[in-house]
Write a protein that binds this ligand. Sequence first.
Ligand SMILES: Cc1ncc(COP(=O)(O)O)c(C=O)c1O
Length: 357
Amino acid sequence: MSVSNIKITKVNSDRVKSFDFENITFGRTFTDHMFSADYIDGKWTNLEIRPTEPLSIHPGNMTLHYGQALFEGMKATKAQDGTPLLYRLDKYLTRINASAKRMCIPELPEEVFFGGLRELVTLDQAWIPPQSGSALYVRPFMFATDDHIGVRPSNTYKFMIIALPAGPYYGRPVSLRAESTYIRAALGGVGEAKAAGNYAAAMYPTKLAQEAGYDQVLWLDANEHKYIQEVGTMNIFFVIGDKVITPNTDGTILKGITRDSLITICKDKGIQVEERPISIDEVIDAHKNGSLKECFGSGTAAVIAKVNKIGYKDQDYSLAESYQISSMLKESINGIRAGIIEDKFGWLEKLPILTTV
Ligand SMILES: Cc1ncc(COP(=O)(O)O)c(C=O)c1O
């Protein structure tokens, strides 16, 4: 399982023993080690794990100017016997390479992506929080490293993986504003890629929605502002009548791995799922006639975020907080990830337990 060509330099004294797993502020504490690889002269090389530390960057670094950068977000968990578990690795590899292709960044060989992840998570497994529903958030990312002014693809790149402990996600239900002025993605654009710039472009409309009292933007299509796309860092689902409906992946939305997992679980449980264009008018009509039962977002970070209100054209539509299907789905995914529910779809990969940690 280990990739022999990764050079490993361990920290002298790890910080994990003094880390307070009961009070995790997500986003600020990074594990002891990071993985990096360089793309130079047409190949990925310099595979290395070393103590997490700042990078030194030239002011002419192309990423800073032209944004040729992308990322992924995954979670590692622990089974009850302490075995570290990775989730749906193949899907994340497919997606990072699809994003890379669109951003004109060289794709990653399987052994670099899988090897880096397996080695880093194995080494830093003591950072996987023990509480149920919590996880180690793993952030692979790629960016241009040429020092060059002038728009062209970089000749050199870095692929890195860092990781951060994340506490249990007790998210309260969220409110969404369907956005009729700004757009996130158009057909032919980069909506399907996890390109860094997608997130920068969403910040201003999100800020406006938050100033108006909503948590997130519900993105609508670029042509007609009619068909629902997704939310912030989540795909979106509606339960209308006895059907679960989610927008189809038409090239404008991220092919969410949680989305795919939820669809698989629903179908396995005999719940009818439709992946198709769904308009904001259809959702509002369903709300008016009482058939809109649930709405929830799906993503690696939250797993499922229940939605309690949708705002559209100065009108708010509140949802009854029943959440039957969304609660069942959340328990299923968290249960599989914690090794409590049988992994019947073969989504988990076990890593070795290190006895020295
Ligand atoms: C824009 C966007 N949509 C959807 C998702 C959900 O995808 P996943 O379930 O793979 O985390 C994410 C998070 O990665 C995202 O950033």
